[in-house]
Design a protein around this ligand. Structure first.
Ligand code: 6PG
Length: 249
């Protein structure tokens, strides 16, 4: 593993399989939910999209995890969203609804969907207003937990290398574009992610191995990869990875 210190890259936990990563992540969600609810009566979590976290959400919707969380005190948010309707196959909300939301007793007002249909800029501004209404008057929201994935190009949420979104220093939510797929997106900005109490990355599979070693390793380029920009200012950073993704560490 790189010589970068723990504070720089956070804690890297390597598991044999992706199922073990998902199970460990579900346990962390339970632990951080309990911590937050004991501390301030509510648990706010920004969920990752994509494929990797699906299994985490399925586990949280099943025994024993389901009964370990006080769902009425949980508020589910999204780290990013594809600009598609909720029932579209690419919708992160749709994936989380199927895997988790449809299977738990959580009040509808506690599920904060990023509206994917319509004007991305307007929807991003609307989501920011919703966040500001929930988190109150503060310069940055403090999520109790942010779950993140990492793309093979080193992106996270919908923060892509070379995008204007990466440079955002005041907005909480912005519209952006995934050039590779020509897809409009909305994403929480890096400062929002970096003000969370806990950030947990979930990275599995051989396809991520080279990039993960770059992100966690010493090869810092002139322009850091988006995933390298995530360092909670006053919070913890954990990488839950499987052996395949860790094969170059
Ligand atoms: C998204 C995610 C994105 C994802 C990575 C990894 O909307 O796609 O927010 O950042 O976490 O692309 O995706 P996989 O888990 O599918 O590899």
């Amino acid at each position: 593993m790189s010589s970068m210190d723990k504070e720089t890259i956070g804690e890297v936990l390597v598991f044999d399989t992706s199922e073990e990563v998902a199970r460990a992540a579900a346990k962390k969600v339970v632990a951080y939910a309990r911590e937050a609810i004991v501390d301030h009566g509510v648990f706010s979590v920004a969920l990752a999209g994509g494929n990797t976290p699906r299994r985490v959400y399925e586990l949280l919707a099943s025994d024993p995890f389901k009964g370990l969380i006080e769902w009425p005190k949980v508020h589910l948010f999204f780290g990013d969203e594809r600009c598609v309707p909720p029932h579209h196959q690419d919708s992160n909300y749709g994936m989380v609804y199927t895997a988790l939301i449809s299977k738990i007793e959580i009040p509808g007002v506690n599920v904060h969907r990023m509206v994917g249909e319509g004007n991305p800029e307007e929807n991003a501004a609307a989501y920011e207003r919703e966040l500001r209404s929930f988190f109150g008057k503060r310069s940055w929201p403090r999520f109790d937990l942010v779950l993140l994935g990492m793309g093979e190009d080193g992106h996270t949420a919908s923060l892509f290398t070379g995008s204007e979104a990466l440079k955002e220093e005041s907005k909480w939510v912005v519209a952006t574009r995934m050039r590779k797929l020509e897809q409009d997106r909305m994403t929480l900005t890096a400062p929002v992610l970096n003000h969370a109490a806990h950030v947990v990355f979930l990275v599995t599979g051989q396809g991520k191995a080279k990039r993960l070693s770059e992100v966690l390793g010493h090869q810092l380029k002139a322009e850091p990869l988006p995933s390298q920009l995530i360092h909670p200012i006053d919070g913890t950073l954990e990488w839950l990875v499987d052996k395949s993704a860790a094969s170059f560490l």
